[in-house]
Design a binder for this molecule. Structure first.
Ligand code: SAM
Length: 276
């Protein structure tokens, strides 16, 4: 009967539109998982919560119940952005692409915690931008593809360790919290998901130029099987050899062996093609 009731109380215009694949709309339909994700935020009355991609409000419902001081959300789908505050009063929604957020402007928000069940094509660039641009947030909890979660939390020397890991490692500590199977989403995705928590490093190193660091890391991982002396062929010098040795690395090592810290140090010695 519930389905019939739904047809009577809503006009066809109000029935939820079909999920848009282009926006990665795999909606969470299991309240237990939603509650578990929101519990990982440990929401208190002084917190500001920023939700990325609230969709139909699976997480928002539990966030509102937890009673944060302030609840903001960014949703790219205009129809969903308009519907959310009607269904979940208490949330202030901006209809915008979260990849265009100016993270620097959010830095002043009190006890900022960020959360989202992120679409696969948004997760890596969004987390990358957030780490480079946002200072002073409490922590972030994201659901991402399981494989991306493994990469975010990987240690140097493993096959999952890559450019994303090395970059994030200069800003945040990543904890892999739990795995989530495809059955709790509609439509069902083809792969598993996982929830991670990102906490700013207690002693945040000074990254003078995040753009230079990003370029250097991507360049070093452009061929992950290549030895570093070969990858950096055009720029390799005796001094660079000494820099590697001083930090315990041989020139024959590969990008996957280098720590996030060492990438930051190395980036200062590398010259981006075209840079003056
Ligand atoms: N939070 C909801 C849930 O758990 O059911 C929805 C999650 S769904 C995987 C991803 C949501 O992010 C969708 O609502 C989608 O419209 C939105 N979205 C996709 N790309 C986005 C972007 N670039 N910026 C903001 N929201 C986006």
């Amino acid at each position: 009967m519930a389905a019939t009731d739904d047809i009577f109380v809503r006009s066809p215009r109000e029935l939820p539109a079909s999920p848009k694949r282009s926006l990665g709309q795999n909606f969470l339909v299991d309240p237990n998982i939603a509650r578990k994700i929101v519990a990982a935020l440990r929401i208190g009355p002084d917190d500001t919560i920023l939700e990325i991609g609230p969709g139909r409000g699976a997480l928002s419902e539990w966030i509102v119940k937890a009673g944060p001081g302030r609840f903001l959300a960014v949703e790219k789908d205009l129809a969903l952005a308009l519907a959310l505050p009607r269904d979940h009063p208490g949330v202030a929604v901006v209809a915008q692409d979260a990849l265009r957020l100016d993270w620097g402007r959010l830095a002043g928000l009190a006890r900022l915690k960020i959360v989202g069940n992120l679409p696969y094509n948004v997760a890596s660039p969004l987390v990358w931008d957030m780490c480079a641009g946002l200072r002073g947030f409490a922590f972030a909890v994201f659901m991402v593809q399981h494989e991306v979660a493994r990469r975010m939390a990987a240690s140097p020397g493993t096959k999952e360790y890559g450019a994303l890991t090395a970059f994030l490692g200069n800003y945040v500590q990543v904890e892999y919290l739990f795995k989530v199977g495809p059955n709790v989403f509609r439509p069902r995705p083809k792969v598993d998901s996982a929830v991670v928590r990102l906490t700013p490093l207690a002693r945040m190193p000074d990254v003078d130029d995040p753009g230079q660091l990003a370029w250097a890391i991507k360049h070093c991982f452009s061929n992950r099987r290549k030895q570093m002396r070969r990858t950096l062929r055009g720029q390799w010098s005796e001094d660079m050899g000494h820099l590697f040795e001083r930090h315990g690395y041989s020139p024959e090592c590969r990008a996957e062996d280098l720590s996030p810290d060492f990438f930051r140090i190395l980036a200062k010695s590398l010259k981006k093609p075209g840079a003056s």
